[in-house]
Design a protein. Structure first.
Length: 255
């Protein structure tokens, strides 16, 4: 039996992963954006190891989420599942820009550093990361004209790179990135064509399986099959530049 913390576990892939792991007998710490959002967990919450709350759009609340998890105790695995995609018209504001970067890039980085180091880390990326700008220039979109699709792609490049950097720098931790595909969640929409079940079962498999493949660090996965991310993801120099930028933006140093 393992202890697993899952960010963004009130709906979509995160909720599906939580249900699967709890059904298998694992202890799961759930995460909700606010106390009000915990209602979406229904009967799952009382059966969990705990529910932590905090909006990952806020650096202070992200720190609080880390503190709440650490108070519960050391996790065996953390699944960085939470993510947002703000379409033009909904996210074409400074607040929308900030939320995309904060939730998709800065929060996973901060939680990686601030939550007591587990045995396994799983990061939700996207195949769209392959279309991202790899310059790492103005990654928080302060000086560029906003492009919601490009910002999302870049955020998923960042998180895939974070997973690869952790695998390189923390050899005792199994760190993996997952492309769940375009799945019919609230974010993916009803027209999505990928397999929702395989989207979340890859996460849970990487978090707890004793199979050799699931315990192989530094890989990029799609439906339990290894695939190749964009080349920069695996480059140590690119990883180091990104980690430096994220440390500067958050004030949290990668150890």
């Amino acid at each position: 039996m393992s202890r697993i913390f899952i960010t963004g576990s009130t709906d979509g892939l995160g909720l599906a992963a939580a249900r699967t792991l709890m059904a298998e007998g694992h202890e799961v710490v759930l995460h909700a954006r606010s106390p009000e959002r915990t209602a979406a967990l229904g009967s799952l919450a009382p059966s969990s190891l705990g529910v932590v709350t905090g909006d990952l759009n806020s650096a202070d609340e992200t720190r609080s989420v880390a503190d709440q998890v650490n108070e519960i105790g050391r996790m065996d695995a953390v699944i960085h599942n939470a993510g947002v995609y703000l379409e033009r018209g909904r996210g074409a504001t400074p607040e929308g820009h900030a939320r995309t970067i904060a939730v998709n890039t800065l929060a996973p980085y901060m939680l990686t550093v601030l939550v007591q180091r587990p045995d396994r880390l799983v990061y939700l990326s996207s195949g769209l990361h392959r279309s991202a700008d790899t310059s790492l220039h103005d990654i928080d979109w302060v000086n560029r004209r906003w492009d919601a699709g490009q910002a999302y792609a870049e955020s998923k490049l960042h998180v895939a790179t974070l997973a690869a950097a952790v695998a390189r720098l923390w050899p005792e931790v199994v760190s993996s990135a997952v492309d769940p595909g375009w799945v019919p969640t609230r974010m993916g929409g009803s027209n999505a064509t990928d397999d929702l079940e395989m989207g979340h079962l890859t996460q849970t498999w990487l978090a707890v399986s004793s199979e050799h493949a699931a315990r192989t660090s530094g890989k990029y996965w799609y439906h339990r099959q290894q695939t190749m991310p964009l080349g920069e993801v695996k480059q140590a120099d690119f990883q180091d530049v990104m980690l430096r930028k994220l440390a500067d933006l958050t004030g949290v140093e990668f150890p």
